[in-house]
Structure formats: C-alpha cells, structure tokens
Design a protein around this ligand. Structure first.
Ligand code: URP
Ligand code: ZN
Ligand code: ZN
Length: 470
C-alpha cells in the first residue's frame, strides 16, 4: 500500500489546530504525529508533501448537490463526472446528492436511476439522500428499506412545488413519524408552495415577468411560516428535522427558538445566501438576473438577512453550509424563462467554491478556523452518518485531505471554473485562500491547477444514521 507523508502543516479539526505530520497509508490516515517524528520514514513513502505554512484539513463534505437533476423541462448541467471533478478542485471530497421519487413513481426505481447516473462516473466519494415526492404507504415502506438496507438514511420532503415534489401536512407528518421510528433524518424544503403559486400567478397577470419577481413572490413570510410549521409537525412526530437552504433571517430565528427550547432541529444555509442578494444580483438589468434564480430565493441585503446568516453560523443556530449545487446554463436553460420568471429553472452552481467562500468568514473574523472545518466537513459528516470515516483527520479515517494555502488567492470566473456552466454566479470575485492539493482516499486528485484523479475513483457511501439523534 502506498504511503504519503504530509509534513510541516497546521492540522485543523472542528475542535482546534495542531502542528502535526500526517501519515497516509493506502486509503486511510495511519497517524498524526509530532512534526519530524516520522522523518526517518520519509524514504519509505511514495511521496512527501511539504505543507509548511499551509492548513491541512479534512476534505469538505457537501451534503446538498443536484447533479443531472431534471427540473423545469431541462436538467442540471453538471453530470456526476463534471460535478465531482469541480467539487474536488474546491476541496470537497464527498458529496451527498438527491435521488428523486416523484408522485406515482416507485422510490426504489428513483434510487436505482441515481445509482445508474453516478456509478463509475464520480471522481470523489458520493452518497444519496432520497427525495420523497409522493408520500403513500409504499413510499413509507421504502423509507424503511432504504434506511436499513441501502445506506440511504435521510429523506427530503417539499412544502413547495405543488404538483411536482409537494407534500401536504398530513403526508409530511406520516413521513416524519416513519423517520422517527427508523432513526432517519427528514430534510425539509420549507416554503409555502400553494400560497407562493397564488402570488406567482397574480404577478404574471400584472405583467411582472422579470427574474427579480421570483424573490418578490416568495416573500420571507412564506419561508418563515413553513419553517415554523415543519418544526411543529416534527415536534408532534418526535422526529429530528433538518431544514435545507435557509435564506431568511426570520426563518432562522424560528430554528433558533426551537433549538433554545431543546428541539432537535438543524438549519443549513448556502454560499449564495451569504454573498448574493435581490438588489445586486437577482435585479440585474434585462434577463441577467435569471442566473440567480434559486429557491429559497435570494433575499434583500438591505433587510439584513446576510448578516443574520453569518451570525447564525457563528452561534450554531445554523449547523451546516452546503451548496445546493444545481447548475443551469443561461443558454437554452435559464433562457426557458425569458418573459416568465416562473419558467426559469431554479438553481445556482457553486460546488467548486464552498470552502473558499466560507473561508472568508475566517478572514473577516466571523468564524474561527475550527468553526470553518466544523461547518464544511465535520458536522455534515456527523449529521448524515459518515463520521468518523469522513469529516476528521484521525487514524482509521479515510485519507480525504485538503492542503490549503491561506496566503493564496482564488479568482472565481467562468473562464477558470470546472463546473459545466456558461456563467459564474460569483464572476470576478477574488477571495483569500486557495486549495493547493486534495487527496481522496489517499490518492492525490488535485495538484495546483491540475486534476490528477480518475473518473470512477469515487465510491458510493453507504451511510449510517445521524449522530445527532436524541
Ligand atoms: O433552487 C434550488 N434550490 N434548486 C434545487 C432544488 C431544491 O429545491 O433544492
Ligand atoms: Zn429544496
Ligand atoms: Zn436542493
């Protein structure tokens, strides 16, 4: 088995940092030792990586991606191949994507379809959540099978998108009760879909067709109300609850209140809500704002949502930053909504930029290094049954390792990114810090600007239950 020694770096974890050398043996981490302790072993290693002046941290775990997701008459533009290579460039070494079941379809068929898309095509390890778009007896039975036998232990429900993915309150309660019995996790898209559909129809009837009306017809109250309702339903079902892609301060406050009361409720946000806004991005002239259509929508910067999200990341009212990577090109994809914002496919791609964008919280003093690692790697791994295989650098853990240069700079642009998109939502943004090298299960997959891994190296992750169960 090939050995790699990473020397001289500052090794980061969710609890702090230490000067240490990291010995990798095959797929796994063999040891963390005092710097220089293994110097005599260097000659027996296939490679010695000098990480002096660099951070050495566990690979990122992005628990919310949508490769190849069919949506709005088209499909997300990254395949598992292009999307996982892009993820690796950004220091993410595991993704959890969403297999889809729509109303009337069989859950197992949905999962099988996702295995077929991903199998042999991933550059990094991957797992699946299951979207349940039609809660009925068969779907509830399938939830048990997936949890016990398939390594799929989390299920996404939608309070939005009536007629596509939507579940009513009775369906949600039944799925939560089932999850509670199984120890599975319910992930919730919390927006009041039926009410939003009324607002959308009214806006279109008034001739309000530009992309920014996507946000104006999905007001904060629709996210706040749905978040509160989901929390109440989870309380009745005695189920833990994970709310995805949160953007509104008031909704985060509902999560914080529930957590203060002792409820096992968790919130996730995404880079787009920390950086992009209704005023500066979604309201760009002409159709340019379409690039920023996603749900929940971008919010008003003036109303202070971004500041509230950063604060909640610091205080642990929000637990995880994922990307909700759901890329669509402008050409032929976002363009489907010219003249009607409701036809713009929902989603923003950023699987490549999560670690860098979140690191800016460290640069600006809002997050500690430990919190950066916790939000991007350790908590995601623990929340979704991957820890300690992923999310930590410790003996026996998978050797998923990022060497990060805090003195480096990353320029984000469509010209340099590796995602299969004809634009970048972060075009022209220069950020401090740079992913220098990435290992996936002991193999160097990124070195500087080069992908040195292999498509097919990524393995399916059979996940256990969340470590946040009570
Ligand atoms: O706009 C988004 N978020 N697109 C992906 C689907 C979802 O709801 O997560
Ligand atoms: Zn969603
Ligand atoms: Zn999503």
């Amino acid at each position: 088995m090939a050995r790699i020694l990473i020397t001289g770096g500052e090794v980061l974890s969710a609890t702090g940092s230490q000067a240490a050398d990291v010995l990798v043996d095959g797929d796994e981490i063999a040891a963390l030792v005092t710097p220089g302790h293994f110097a005599s072993m260097a000659a027996t290693c296939e490679r010695v990586i000098d990480a002096k002046g660099k951070y050495v941290l566990p690979g990122g775990v992005d628990v919310h991606t949508h490769m190849e997701l069919p949506f709005g008459g088209t499909a997300a533009s990254d395949t598992f191949e292009t999307g996982t290579i892009a993820a690796a460039f950004g220091g993410t070494t595991s993704i959890i994507d969403f297999a889809v079941q729509r109303t009337g379809e069989d859950v197992h068929d949905g999962l099988a379809a996702w295995h077929q898309k991903a199998d042999g095509n991933c550059a990094i390890d991957y797992g699946f959540h299951q979207i349940i778009g039609g809660v009925d007896d068969a779907a509830l039975k399938a939830m048990a099978d997936l949890t016990k036998n398939e390594g799929v232990t989390s299920f996404k429900l939608f309070m939005a998108y009536p007629g596509v993915f939507y579940s009513d309150d009775g369906q949600i309660l039944r799925a939560m009760q089932t999850a509670s019995e199984l120890g599975a996790t319910i992930m919730m898209h919390a927006e009041n879909g039926p009410a939003i559909d009324v607002l959308v129809a009214q806006a279109l009837a008034r001739g309000e067709t530009d992309p920014r009306y996507h946000s104006l017809t999905r007001p904060v109250e629709m996210e706040e109300e749905a978040t509160h309702r989901a929390i109440m339903l989870a309380k009745v079902a005695r189920a833990p609850l994970y709310i995805v892609h949160m953007s509104a301060r008031e909704a985060v406050e509902a999560v914080a209140r529930a957590r203060d009361m002792g409820a096992n409720v968790f919130g996730e946000t995404c880079p787009q809500y920390l950086y992009l806004s209704l005023e500066e991005h979604l309201s760009k002239a002409g159709f340019a704002g379409a690039a920023y259509v996603c749900s929940t929508p971008l919010r008003s910067r003036e109303e202070g949502h971004q500041d509230a999200l950063w604060r909640a990341l610091r205080t642990n009212d929000l637990s995880i930053v994922s990307t909700d990577h759901c890329p669509f090109c402008m050409k032929d994809q976002k363009e489907l909504g010219i003249g009607n914002f409701s036809k713009i496919p929902n989603g923003i791609g950023s699987v490549e930029h999560r670690l860098d964008l979140l690191y800016q919280g460290v640069v600006t003093g809002q997050l500690s290094l430990a919190r950066w690692v916790e939000l991007a790697s350790t908590t995601p791994a623990r929340m979704f049954g991957l820890y300690p295989r992923k999310g930590v650098l410790a003996p026996g853990s998978d050797a998923d390792i990022v060497v990060y240069d805090p003195k480096g700079v990353t320029d984000i642009s469509v010209k340099t990114h590796h995602m299969n998109m004809d634009h970048s939502a972060y075009e022209g943004i220069h950020v401090d810090g740079r992913v220098e090298m990435v290992l996936s299960r002991g193999r160097v997959v990124i070195e500087g600007n080069a992908f040195t891994g292999a498509v097919g190296h990524g393995r399916f992750l059979r996940r256990g239950l969340s470590q946040y169960l009570l």
